[in-house]
Write a protein that binds this ligand. Sequence first.
Ligand SMILES: O=C(O)[C@H](O)COP(=O)(O)O
Ligand SMILES: [Mg+2]
Length: 399
Amino acid sequence: MQDVTATYYFRPRADTTPEQAAQAIVEEETTGTWTDITTTTEYVRRLDGEVLALEPSGNGYVTQVRYPAEIFEAGNVPQYLSVIAGNLFGLGRLEAVRLLDVDFPESLVPFKGPKFGLEGVRKLIGTTDRPHVGTIIKPKVGLNPKDTAEVAYRAAIGGVDLIKDDETLTDQTFCPLDERLQAVMERLDEAKEETGRQVLYAVNISARADEIVARAEHALDLGANMLMIDVITCGFTALQALAEAPSVKVPIHVHRTMHGAITRNPEHGIAMRPIARIVRMLGGDQLHTGTVSGKMSHDVSELKGDNLALTEPYFGLEPTFPVASGGLHPGKVAAEIENLGTNIVLQAGGGIHGHPEGTEAGARAMRQAVDAFMQGISAEEYAKEHYELARALEKWGNR
Ligand SMILES: O=C(O)[C@H](O)COP(=O)(O)O
Ligand SMILES: [Mg+2]
């Protein structure tokens, strides 16, 4: 397909037929408006959109529409979004409408994608097939730099591959970014001397758009080996600026805080899949897509498709490493891998730092749960020989 196809679920208003509703979407987002107009010349008509398919689904309908590639400015993602996810959300003739997926032609994917991606991050850590284990420093705010670094050190000694800031921690006075980053990197060097393993630390550099690259470069000068950005609150082009900066030579961990306002309602908003596609195009090396068993609400089949959008072949772009995060603990590891596969980062905040014997034991327990799965052994069975896992299962159970 040389054009863009987008798939929407919608529920029309009582006085509107499904055909009129689908047509209203393509007209609003291409050449039309609420009434016929006198200024449409013949040559404009080639830019009309088209309803390709329409069928009942749940309480409403699913439609696939075609938008001519020519109405898109190649490389301008804010403009792409104004078409595929623009005014249509407010149209009165639709009670509800949700963008489920989008397919762009190659001409509209002039992006380089992830610099590292799934394989690049695996190389940095030295793994081939097992899921990676990550942790979010908890409490999410409040710790000073020294204590943050101590928690990071304990997690690294316990065996995590990745440590990250939480989404609300940036550069506040109680834990300034410079001091925190330097303290954490020093302690991770110490851990490396002891274990021989280099752990990644994704420092949250989310900030106003015109400052983000400078903040990233500053963090890199201080020794950062990974960067984190809150992509919805910062905006997609902030991620793009970061990923395309030649000075940024470390992987980018992408958090999606605020996504629930957009993705959660099954009838209205934007599903995670189009967001996942765009994050991959714009260069996110890792992206949170959700869990099958954690604390955030998710539709499992949607989630599998979202992860596929990150990893399936796509115009030669590196795959983005999917991240399952939110409410995980060792007892949930098997269900996550069974459903989402082994190309996944399993992150636990509470599920590591809430371990009865502390962060280091918590990290060990998460790694043991992954090892158990990889060896085809149930967590309960493996726990008979692995104390930390046993203690975790005692506290949280095995599902
Ligand atoms: O940012 C995240 O992904 C969450 O902070 C996860 O924290 P939790 O494992 O304690 O739910
Ligand atoms: Mg968080």
